[in-house]
Design a protein around this ligand. Sequence first.
Ligand code: GDP
Length: 550
Amino acid sequence: MSTVQPQMTEARRVLLQRTRNIGIIAHIDAGKTTTTERILFYTGKVHRPGEVHEGTATMDWMVQERERGITITAAATTCFWRDHRINIIDTPGHVDFTVEVERSLRVLDGGVVVFDGVQGVEPQSETVWRQADKYRVPRICFINKLDRIGANYVQAIEMIRERLRAQPAAIQWPIGLESEFRGIIDLIEFRAKIYHDDLGQHIEDTEVPPEYVEVAQEWRHKLIEQIVETDEELMLRYLEGEEPTPEELRRALRAATIRGQLYPVLCGSALKNKGVQLLLDAIVDYLPSPLDIPPVKGTHPVTGEELTREADDEAPFAALAFKIQSDPHVGRLTYVRVYSGRLHSSSYVYNSTKGERERISRLLRMHANHREEVEWIGAGDICAVIGLKKTFTGDTLCDPDHPILLEPIQFPEPVISVAVEPKTRADQDKLAIALQRLAEEDPTFQVRTDPESGQTIISGMGELHLEVIVDRMQREFKVAANIGRPQVAYKETITRPVRVEGRFVRQTGGRGQYGHVWLELEPLPRGSGFVFEDRIVGGVVPKEYIPAVE
Ligand code: GDP
């Protein structure tokens, strides 16, 4: 048997080198939505940045997101910067949706972590950081809100070092803070950018102001030492007294970032339009292209043989479905990340998870303010597919002649349940349809019938998760239903002992197998299956802890 080594054309290789699949991840309120909006503004796709408080943010597709000011769906949006295509996979910031964050992390290649310049590293920043560690996602850090009273850039950097145990490499220094924040020093180039207008479009590129020369030199020196430390050749030359050029520093920092050794740190104020263009430059300069990440792993669905797939258009097709959305115009949209090969419209693919053939009808690339229909997409790209009926989040799609089963996305069990009771007979039918559709979209949302009471019980990852589901049920499916009190599930089968530092604050009566437990835990128990923040949420509680409840 002769095998022909697949060869991508040079043009496609260059295009792939110029692709960035990124997610913007943050604690709720750190400014992720505002930063995303500004990115879409500067990349020229929307005319005026949507303000979150006005409820016009383009990425916030769902009505209740606007009302709550949080982002729930993982919409993937394409934009362009410096001849690079940036696919932004939106990730939610609320603790109840960390599973959504996790599935986004599975398909993206790099992340921008947004921190609040006053709060620094917050509990949720820590949670998402650990999730990104798990998937080895290279990251850059954006210390936002430097215009706020109490903003402290150095403290945020120190918190990254201490609380996240990561090596922050500050590549910028702010000129002024709080209401005086007016510019940014690029420590690699040793140049200053001074902002002269409210929309951040009139930027003066100038010498570092004299009063900042000393501090900027000191931080530049630290940065160079950090970078040369990761590159033997630069280190040897540095020891001989030769300073690396800005180009060499960027190249070495890019390599160190992709290896997860260093985390470039930038500063700004998304709301005041400062620092976002430089953030886009850093996305291009430091975050990996699909060619920089290791080949995706999988197995042969029949033989179990281990397989890998390189990011190559000419290799057999393999993709992962990572998000299902119902769209009012075109119906069911399945977002896929293509790892290898090409996906064509009007073609058949094999869903190796389900063992079924599926037909692709159309492919859509989603931009901030329009949708582009495309004939095909290649390796390393992301798009929305119309036509898939049996494909769910986490399923592998592949070439039927070269089947592969990619490592699935792991979804935890839901931890909180409520009973839903339709108000009328007509609502009963609508409820069944609504719940089926919602469960199809969201693998962490489950529906069952309680064998004793016959009630319909819905379960999810937290109170807010279920509130959103109930809200959508009423809004999109017009179901009138009574909702019971949330019940937090506990499990008797915990395979590994969990040490919970904290206390249970309240328990009200239990019914059937469901205990009704509220917890307040601090610090976050690692690897215990709990998802807790500084607020009471609930979780899977090992039975031996139940008597400890007050
Ligand atoms: P998300 O929850 O992380 O998506 O955060 P949002 O983008 O919704 O921002 C949360 C709040 O912080 C909103 O009221 C924003 O207007 C505000 N905000 C975002 N960026 C900045 C900033 O740079 N400076 C200040 N002062 N406020 C900001």
